[in-house]
Design a protein around this ligand. Sequence first.
Ligand code: HEM
Ligand SMILES: [Cu+2]
Length: 541
Amino acid sequence: MHARVTEQAGGDYLSDGYSLRSWLTTRDHKRIAWLYLVSITAFFFVGGAAATLIRIELATPQGDLVSSDTYNRLFTAHGVIMVWLFLIPSIPSALGNFLMPMMIGARDLAFPRLNLASWYFYLCGGIFTLAALIAGGVDTGWTFYTPFSTMFSNSHVILAITGVFIVGFSSILTGLNFIVTVHTMRAPGMTWFRLPLFVWANYATSVILVLATPVLAMTLLLLAAERLLHVGIFDPALGGDPLLFQHLFWFYSHPAVYIMVLPAMGVASEIIPCFARKHVFGYRFMAYAILGIATIGFLVWGHHMFVSGQSVYASMVFSILSFLVAIPSAIKVFNWTATLYKGRITFSAPMLYALGFVGLFTIGGLTGLVLASLALDVHLTDTYFVIAHFHYIMVGGSVMAYFGGLHFWWPKMTGRMYPEMWGRAAAVLIFFGFNLTFFPQYLLGYGGMPRRYHSYPPEFQVLNILSSAGAAILAAGYLLPLGYLLWSLFYGKRAGPNPWHATGLEWQTASPPPRRNFEATPTVTREAYMYDPVTGRESPQ
Ligand code: HEM
Ligand SMILES: [Cu+2]
């Protein structure tokens, strides 16, 4: 990879106009990445506020902070915001938007205007969802199960699903944009098997976004038709089938969990080789595993319906297929570990986050196997065990990797370094707070505490207090980066083009990058991750 490091001659993308208007009408993928970054951070704190209230409520068994009805609205708000407004767009739309074109040596995404439109769809959907909250909230849970959501709930279901529906367009259009970009805009020499794994991961994620999101959109339209027009689709009283909703919903929502976790795997695959100074172990297997996970992910939705009354044979098939997903996932964990083996490891802040991701994702994945086992799931379904499982994957996994990626590419995005000690302290605090919050929930669930209840028998209180205390530590851990990253924008020391001595085209240009990314189109002459294990530097040819 031999692009010349760009001189600051033409000015960087950040100084290309300072007015609000220049930001809100930009077509530069790097600025659009910032629009996402700022808006998803705002939603992260709204979702986090709901979570805080939930944990305060659960510190005592009586249910004495809020009414049960308010409690239902709180966990719905938390789920809807965290899933659709934070986790799904976090890595692809914020980091992916910034990095995908640069990593393949392109000047922008294939459709820059569409990229800006995607952000407006996101923002517009987010505003509808917020409006639903302000109007009084929704009590259905983020899963919107029918016929409760269509015939019985008297909360603001239509407003909320309109928001989710609109956000879906943002997902689909971003996915299309990424797919076309990767197919048509790779720099000379950037073959498929020279792509960084982050690009592979976002590519596979985009395919899922394009194929699965329309199913959700259609499902929400059917929900609206039944709720508003009483067309009998899901409610048995109207001649509908309630299981149909669950099939349609999970046909989108299980693949959606891979929309959240595949990009996180991509981030880890960039950080780990860089701070172990080694070539990724089994690069091709890593790429194939990404495709394998994306494919099998479409075949396992029925594991959310083991106790729904679907036929036992269907359940058995879904159980076996769910076990199959474990194979490519385990390949990835094995290969990250093998990459670390005999590496020259630096425990920098991004690396601490990435290692946290691998460990927590592994625990989440293994407990996924517990849930995929039919008989165990009958005991554990709809208990705190499920909550613990998916938080280990989505928060311990995806959010951890998102923070790792944010720290890793922060110098590239801003041209500034953040204070390293604070970065490490926050990573450790988040890891500790996370485990204290969610590990007790495995025990609670195994002991029989159901999810979505706002009061519980006193014998569950000790574990709940541990969990609530952990949540306070976790919240502090999440607030820290907000402080020191903002500080670094003004006072951080200059980063230079490649502070981590990393490989990858994005490190071959100035930090912050010029408006069109590269002075001249780079040419790629070799594979990704050519770190020299002896010198620790990028290996010469
Ligand atoms: C890879 C990332 C994963 C994510 C983000 C994820 C996320 C989730 C979520 C959000 C739920 C809760 C659904 C609800 O509200 O009821 C869930 C449940 C479940 N997950 Fe995962 N999961 C992942 C991986 C896995 C794996 C690898 C398996 C199995 C091999 C698995 C098996 C299950 C099962 C069986 C349930 C249903 C539990 C129940 O209804 O009792 N998951 N997962
Ligand atoms: Cu699933």
